[in-house]
Design a binder for this molecule. Structure first.
Ligand code: C2E
Ligand code: CA
Ligand code: CA
Length: 413
């Protein structure tokens, strides 16, 4: 097959993967009418996957049949996630809508960029709609150079101190008392304004810049924590770590040095860990987490119930804190399936002796729902949005008023 480099290629590339040759040729014809893409069709999913993994010309979109012999859609997602595929994904299936929805969710949980689903037989209109929605990303003139500048720009931004943290309060559900904050990274981009983590964490991981970024964020958070302590506000600080940080044997020493430097008690630092599909040596992860715990740092399992944060991890390692993913908290009072997962997560946390935190408490109903269960700590927009450092103390005064006014009904013991 002829290969082209990124600079040479003028049009984005779409792969069509379906074990039915008729579907492949029909979709190829449709893509021809849409016109934007170069198209390659595959009836053998393993061959298509090999092309994505080993080819020098990464596709921008893959249209994937979920149900194929040999390597089905699910196995394909896992593979794409393992090799860090960053393009878009469209699922197609002749099966039920429910199967397509489940496939979409699975793909999203693997960190893949889902553009949507096509029921078979596919319609030209629907295909056009899905591709249109994502078209901005395929602008060929922007594509190739962007990958290079992205890395350079990020590295410069880290050095130029363009990163900052917002701090979101965590409050005790029995007393309403402020127990800590979570540091959430933001990029003060000179042209694009304030950017959230979706705009840079995965990119930093991909370009090998995540250790530098994490260290910058930890340093900012601990500095702020020490500043608040000097103002008489003793808070537990929670900071997010990437699985790459936990896979770094030098990480515990870095964190120890930093806490010593700022005079922060290790027990007042919570390191929030999210499992991910990225292949990391589990023995190293275990070693790093065990060492952090031995030194007194607290570890939280983040996004529990969603993505990769599952029972498996808890079987092998004991965390101090379990954070139930916001997907099962907001609206839990009215969604029975979410409520079931929520209750099971609370039980697991309690029985394993962990602090249970509910994230995504957005409104009074969510608060009431969580307060009706044995949740220790609440976090979410209902309590406070992530705040700039100076906004914390004014927020605290208001929060105390809300409690005094009886707006916050505490959890029964
Ligand atoms: P997370 O650790 O689960 O953090 C909570 C996210 O939920 C934050 O989004 C927060 O703004 C948002 N949130 C808080 N309360 C509510 C609510 O009531 N409703 C809704 N819908 N959302 C709420 P943010 O700041 O955009 O961060 C997204 C994710 O990025 C974080 O999820 C975390 O996984 C990651 N992240 C943030 N900062 C860092 C960092 O310094 N390092 C690493 N590795 N990851 C980070
Ligand atoms: Ca977190
Ligand atoms: Ca979370």
């Amino acid at each position: 097959m002829e290969r082209v480099t990124e600079e040479e290629r003028s049009r984005p590339l779409c792969l069509i993967v379906d074990d039915d040759p008729f579907v492949v040729s029909m979709m190829t014809a449709m893509m021809g009418r849409i016109g934007t893409f170069d198209v390659r069709g595959f009836v053998d999913p393993a061959a298509a996957f090999g092309e994505v993994r080993d080819g020098t010309d990464p596709p921008d979109v893959i249209i994937l049949d979920i149900n194929m012999p040999g390597m089905d859609g699910m196995a394909f997602f896992r593979g794409l996630s393992n090799i860090g595929y960053r393009g878009g994904l469209i699922l197609s299936s002749g099966e039920s809508d429910a199967l397509l929805r489940a496939g979409e969710q699975l793909a999203t949980s693997y960190g893949l960029q889902m553009l949507g689903s096509l029921s078979k037989p596919p319609s030209l209109e629907r295909l056009r709609e899905l591709l249109d929605a994502a078209r901005a990303d395929f602008e060929p003139s922007r594509r190739a150079p962007q990958r290079v500048t992205e890395a350079v720009e990020l590295a410069r931004a880290i050095d130029a101190a363009q990163f900052a943290c917002m701090y979101q309060p965590k409050v005790d559900m029995r007393t309403g008392e402020l127990v800590g904050v979570e540091a959430l990274a933001r990029w003060q981009h000179p042209d694009d304004g304030l950017l959230g983590p979706d705009a840079f964490i995965a990119q930093a991981e991909r370009h090998g810049l995540i250790h530098r970024l994490t260290r910058r964020i930890f340093a900012l958070a601990l500095e702020q924590q020490a500043r608040w302590a000097r103002q008489g506000v003793a808070l537990r600080m929670a900071v997010n770590a990437s699985v790459y940080d936990i896979g770094d044997l030098a990480f515990p020493d870095y964190v120890s040095d930093l806490t010593r430097q700022h005079g922060v008690d290790p027990r007042a630092l919570v390191i929030e860990v999210t499992e991910s599909g990225l292949a990391q040596d589990p023995r190293i992860l275990m070693e790093v987490m065990a060492r952090l715990r031995m030194r007194g740092f607290h570890l939280a399992i983040d996004d529990f119930g969603n993505g990769y944060s599952t029972m498996l991890k808890l079987r092998d390692f004991s965390f101090d804190e379990l954070k139930i993913d916001q997907a099962f908290v907001h609206g839990g009072a009215t969604n029975e399936r979410h409520a079931v997962i929520f209750r099971a997560s609370v039980d697991i946390g309690r029985q394993l002796g962990m602090h249970v935190v509910a994230e995504g408490i957005e409104d009074q109903a969510d608060w009431g729902f969580a307060a009706g269960h044995e949740v220790d700590v609440a976090q979410g927009f209902f309590v406070a949005r992530p705040l700039a450092p100076d906004a914390l103390l004014p927020w605290l005064a208001q929060w105390r008023e809300r409690i005094a006014d009886g707006e916050i009904v505490s959890r029964s013991r």
